[in-house]
Design a protein around this ligand. Structure first.
Ligand SMILES: Cc1cc2nc3c(=O)[nH]c(=O)nc-3n(C[C@H](O)[C@H](O)[C@H](O)COP(=O)(O)O)c2cc1C
Length: 306
């Protein structure tokens, strides 16, 4: 397996530029237990993104919170999490295992995000991912607004001594302006995309399936939406784009790189097959070798040059 075609470092600061690489576990997919995140790394993930953590424990929405739909999942979990303080012990285990961890955090105000980021950086993550975009929680509005996005990212950047990523929604009509605002506020990379707002109705009960009525769609059916968002953001921004949304095969990963993604996160596909990371890495490496190229860097944005 020609793994050398894929750089090993996930975050590598070369001069002024942050080089980001690899295939990471997306936020929220395997929860907050260190043991399951370590399992993902043993299965080939280069890094893990934690479930989004807030300032205090949060129960989330009433059930049902998850349903299968059109080859993917519709979820309205509602940011269930134990609160950032309760994550400290898990983080110690992850650091002990030398796992690159990106801590995903959210807050209800820029002041609250600063407070959470202050706590997060003390736990020594590799980077912080700001969830500005969960489509079934109050924070969903942040990444619809360039102004709010600017304020949240700026607030986090003033505190963080590690790279800060802004995770955007595909549900905003002008997500490119939102991306620009994140870049102007100092975001080190953009993560695109969070889930796509959706709804299902039970035809027998004649009522919405999810307790929250509306949820976020993930998995293969959102892949073309994610490719379009990555492309639009790549074309306009100068900071790296981390692609996420519906990737489940090496062919998807190559396509996401061609659209402009430097690193790729994988979510829903992991629930079907935890070995998806190594399958993707092997496939991408083979593709690069058979194309006569030197590294994955040679295909980033290569599909959208004109
Ligand atoms: C059950 C579930 C829980 C999720 N929880 C979070 C979360 O806490 N924070 C976040 O930023 N994204 C969360 N997401 C979104 C994923 O990280 C990812 O952006 C989205 O699912 C698209 O990728 P995928 O199609 O590969 O799953 C969640 C997705 C699912 C399916």
């Amino acid at each position: 397996m020609p793994t050398s075609l894929l750089p090993n470092d996930i975050l590598n600061i070369c001069g002024e530029t942050l080089k980001i690489h690899g295939y990471w576990l997306a936020s929220g997919i395997l929860g907050v237990a260190a043991s399951t995140m370590i399992r993902a790394v043993h299965a080939g993930a280069d890094a893990v993104v934690t479930k989004s953590l807030g300032s205090s424990p949060r129960k989330g929405h009433a059930g049902p919170v998850l349903t299968a739909s059109h080859g993917g999942l519709l979820n309205a979990i509602g940011l269930t999490n134990p609160g950032i303080d309760a994550f400290e012990d898990e983080m110690k285990l992850l650091n002990k295992a030398k796992i690159p961890v990106i801590m995903s955090v959210f807050g209800n105000t820029p002041k609250e995000i600063a407070h959470i980021v202050e706590k997060a950086v003390k736990m020594k993550p590799s980077a912080i991912e700001l969830n500005l975009s969960c489509p079934h929680a109050e924070i969903s509005q942040i990444s619809h607004s360039p102004d709010l996005t600017y304020k949240y990212v700026k607030s986090a950047k003033e505190i963080a001594d590690v790279p800060v990523f802004a995770k955007l929604t595909p549900n905003a009509s002008d997500y490119v302006s939102v991306g620009k605002a994140a870049q102007e506020a100092g975001a080190d990379a953009i993560v695109a995309i969070n889930t796509v707002r959706g709804m299902r109705i039970d035809i027998h009960q004649q009522q919405p399936i999810l307790g929250n009525m509306v949820g976020g769609l993930s998995g293969p059916s959102i892949f073309p939406i994610a490719v379009r968002c990555v492309y639009d953001l790549y074309k306009t921004l100068s900071i790296p784009i981390i692609g996420v949304g519906g990737v489940s095969s090496w062919e998807d990963a190559v396509e996401m790189h061609l659209a402009g993604a430097r690193a790729i996160q994988i979510g829903t596909a992991v629930m079907n097959d935890i070995d998806v990371f190594s399958k993707i890495k092997n496939g991408v490496s083979r593709y690069i070798e058979e194309s006569g190229l030197n590294s994955v860097d040679d295909i980033i944005g290569a599909g959208v040059k004109s």
